[in-house]
Every structure is written in C-alpha cells, then in structure tokens.
Design a protein around this ligand. Structure first.
Ligand code: DGP
Length: 142
C-alpha cells in the first residue's frame, strides 16, 4: 500500500497553507466545500489526522468523520432545502480517489436533478462563500 504524502492538497488546506471555504471543525474533523461541486453545497469531510483513505485510517478517526458527515448532511438538508443527500468516498486511484487524504463527499440533492460529473467545473468564489456561510450557520443552529 502506498504511504501518506503530507504534501497532498488537502493536507496543505488542513495546515492553513492553502485557502478553503470552511463549513465545520471539531477536534478530529475539518469540513470545507468542494471547489468543483457535483451539486450546490457539495462538502468534503476530512479527519485532521493524516490518513490516505479508508484502508489506513484509525477506527476512532473514521468514527469521528462519520459523525461529522451526518451533522453536515442534516445541516445541508436545511441550508439548501435539499430532497436528499448522496455520500461518496473513494479509495486509491482504481477506486476513483484523486486526492490522497481521506475525505467523505456529502452532496445535497434535489429530486430529479442529476449530479454533475466529478471535478467538471469550478464554482465561483462568491457562490462558494455564500454557501459555506449558509451551511456553517445551519450547523451552528442544529
Ligand atoms: P476524490 O479524491 O476523487 O474523492 O475527489 C477529490 C475532490 O476534491 C474533487 O471532487 C475535487 C476536489 N478538489 C480538488 N482540488 C481541490 C481544492 O484545491 N480545494 C477543494 N476545496 N476541493 C478540491
């Protein structure tokens, strides 16, 4: 199995070396918007601890990520008036993983609206900023 690369793009975001549209943080987990969303409000939920994917993450960190993904999903139902939520998580290149720090995709869905293809289009910064604000507010009040 390949080892964790501390210079992956999400590790840089976690260290504050690159910007992000943050929506949630606790002692074990960090969540921010995907800049190439498959649907409005598409959020990535990450462990703060270094983990490449499902195959090497410590069970306690995985549990914390799952609990945070549930919080984000519930908040997204309110913030985006969603009809449902799609959760995805990819492992290794063969499994569809592109960035090698474990992340869970939480994707708000509207009935009848298909998801965009993965990483197809960058969202405008002002829209991401607005969505992050709405989601963070729903998380705080929920
Ligand atoms: P995957 O590793 O296949 O689960 O997908 C990686 C996702 O990360 C993809 O949906 C696009 C997103 N992404 C790529 N680069 C960046 C970035 O610099 N910032 C943010 N917020 N998202 C990114």
């Amino acid at each position: 199995m390949p080892t964790y690369d501390p210079n992956n793009i999400f590790a840089k975001i976690l260290r504050g070396e690159l910007p992000c549209y943050k929506v949630y943080e606790d002692d074990k987990v960090f969540a921010f918007l995907d800049i190439m969303p498959r649907a409005p409000g598409h959020t990535l939920v990450l462990p703060k601890a270094p983990a490449r994917n499902l195959l090497d993450i410590a069970p306690g960190d995985l549990a914390a990520v799952a609990a945070a993904a549930q919080k984000v999903a519930k908040a997204a139902m309110t913030a985006f008036n969603s009809d449902g939520i799609t959760v995805q998580q990819f492992n290794e290149g063969a499994g569809g993983q592109v960035v090698f720090h474990l992340h869970v995709h939480v994707i708000p869905r509207k009935a009848g609206v298909p998801m965009k293809p993965p990483a197809s289009e960058k969202e405008k910064p002002e829209i991401l900023a607005e969505q992050a604000k709405a989601l963070a507010a729903a998380l705080q009040s929920g």
